[in-house]
Design a protein around this ligand. Structure first.
Ligand code: ZN
Ligand code: ZN
Length: 343
């Protein structure tokens, strides 16, 4: 290993094996591990798993098999359980009951993997975090649809390169680069090379103080496994997120009757009409961050001043509680209690 490269013998530990940083995504840690050992990420994956292993051609942070994690643990000496925490599966039992490995999961942003590229903008970043990190890295929480504001810097999250508009694909930063330039880090756009930390920093304009407090509390304790004191003992954190997501989708629904709620909210809050997305419809996990911010705030607004505000808006939209109740089967106990009451 005279040139500092890993020899590749089975059973060898990599010479450099950085610990995962707080809330670090698996692919971010893998990239740092590869570059720390003088390799491109693809080379690390090839020597660890063989060339035929399916890795970056899928949403690897969600779907990585346990066998791969075990192999990385052998090569780095880091506990496989710690590496599991770097995956999106580690969120199971918090804001969602289970993170699926094969299908989309509520609240986890889709990245639309197509070969090694991405069609969707599901990898967000905080320009302040990347700009102030001693070692820039990508967080798991940046893949969450409700995580629209950095919990540390309170600036809006970005979901594309501010300079060229490309999707953010940290693991492509070393593709086509000479090996000696691996000092490049995740702050840079894989397409144009600009510094993501230079993206404009702006604060969300939430308007309503109760909604602002609620949004920030959900962002900061989304990993909590119990209810956060909403008065319903059987209500879990996942239940709160189910109601919020259902309302967001109804606010952008094109279904007859349900499609009255969004325009009613719009006129109550004096916002401009939302352009129809055509046949594609609206899914919070597929939406760009600027679209999500608006609907997430409206959804939370309906859940504040509970339950009087929801009742007032339903009457204004000429939408019955019964109709709302039947629109989804997974409403929380708290929501069902209110919708069944005089439904
Ligand atoms: Zn930040
Ligand atoms: Zn760019």
């Amino acid at each position: 290993m005279s040139d500092g490269r890993w020899g590749g013998r089975l059973g060898d530990l990599f010479p450099v094996h950085p610990q995962p940083l707080p809330d670090e995504l698996l692919t971010s840690w893998l990239l740092r591990t590869a570059h720390g050992n003088g390799m491109k990420l693809q080379r690390l994956l090839d020597v660890a798993l063989g060339k035929s292993a399916a890795t970056l051609n899928r949403d690897y942070d969600r779907s990585v098999p346990d066998a791969h994690l075990k192999r990385y643990a052998e090569l780095t000496g880091i506990d496989a359980r710690r590496l599991t925490e770097c995956t999106l599966r580690g969120f199971s039992g918090t804001f969602v009951e289970e993170v699926k490995t094969t299908t989309n999961t509520p609240w986890i942003l889709a990245i639309g993997v197509q070969h090694r590229k991405r069609k969707l903008y599901g990898q967000q970043y905080c320009p302040s975090c990347l700009g102030t990190d001693f070692v820039p890295y990508f967080r798991r929480s940046w893949r969450l649809a409700f995580y629209v504001e950095c919990n540390v810097h309170h600036v809006a999250m970005c979901d594309a390169c501010w300079a060229c508009g490309a999707q953010v694909i940290p693991h492509r930063i070393d593709v086509g680069q000479p090996r000696m330039s691996l000092l490049q880090n995740m702050r840079y756009c894989h397409r144009c090379g600009d510094d993501l930390a230079h993206a404009p920093h702006y604060r969300l304009d939430i308007g309503d103080i109760e909604v602002a407090v609620r949004l920030r509390s959900l962002i900061s304790v989304h990993w909590w496994q119990e209810s956060i004191g909403n008065g319903y003992k059987s209500q879990t954190m996942a239940d709160d997120f189910v109601d919020w997501r259902n309302l967001c989708h109804i606010l952008r629904s094109r279904r007859v009757h349900l499609n009255r709620l969004g325009p009613a909210m719009g006129s109550l809050l004096h916002r401009e009409a939302i352009p129809d997305k055509g046949r594609a419809g609206f899914t919070v996990e597929h939406a760009r961050v600027h679209e999500r911010v608006v609907v997430l705030i409206e959804g939370l607004w309906l859940l504040c001043d509970w339950p009087q505000r929801l009742g007032r808006v339903l009457r204004f939209a000429r939408l019955t509680k019964r109709r709302l109740l039947s629109s989804y089967t997974n409403w929380s106990p708290r929501m069902r209690h209110v919708l069944i009451d005089d439904a």
